[in-house]
Design a protein around this ligand. Sequence first.
Ligand code: IDP
Length: 161
Amino acid sequence: QCCKKEQEENTAERTFVAIKPDGVQRKLIGEIIGRFEKKGLKLVGCKLIQPSRKLAEKHYAEHKGKPFYEGLLDFITSGPVFAMVWEGKEVVSTARSLIGLTDPLKSPMNTIRGDFGICVGRNIIHGSDSVESGKREINLWFAKNEIVKSGVTIEKWIYEN
Ligand code: IDP
């Protein structure tokens, strides 16, 4: 069942997606938002933000101690990031499908990383890897009042029931 009700009642699944500094500098914001919109997902929050070191450390806490960790923090704090919250049925996995694999060269064409990237350390976009991480990351990057309750309502054209 593709349920309109949960989309309308704000019980729908959410995910955190961020266009990294390389994607912003390469003017891919419009292209990326376009792909998410065309899929039928709903944008419920967004902002351009240059993350502090502290925010970056919290966001990437699971990678602390790995060889690429410091470089990753330098990179993600190096310029503006376009942070977004998307909503929809199974949006966490759908967003990951749109994004592609961690390594852009291994990522299929027609995915964002497959189409626009070459290096793991310049892979353009982040997307939460589970519903739980999504909740954690949304809370980290967004204040409650930065997320809209009812945005554009096209549910009846996307969901069946
Ligand atoms: P994901 O972003 O596809 O979920 P993760 O394994 O969670 O991938 O890694 C987080 C981010 O850390 C990646 O998107 C990438 O930017 C960076 N990263 C992961 N592995 C490497 C690496 O081996 N070298 C450089 N950067 C890496």
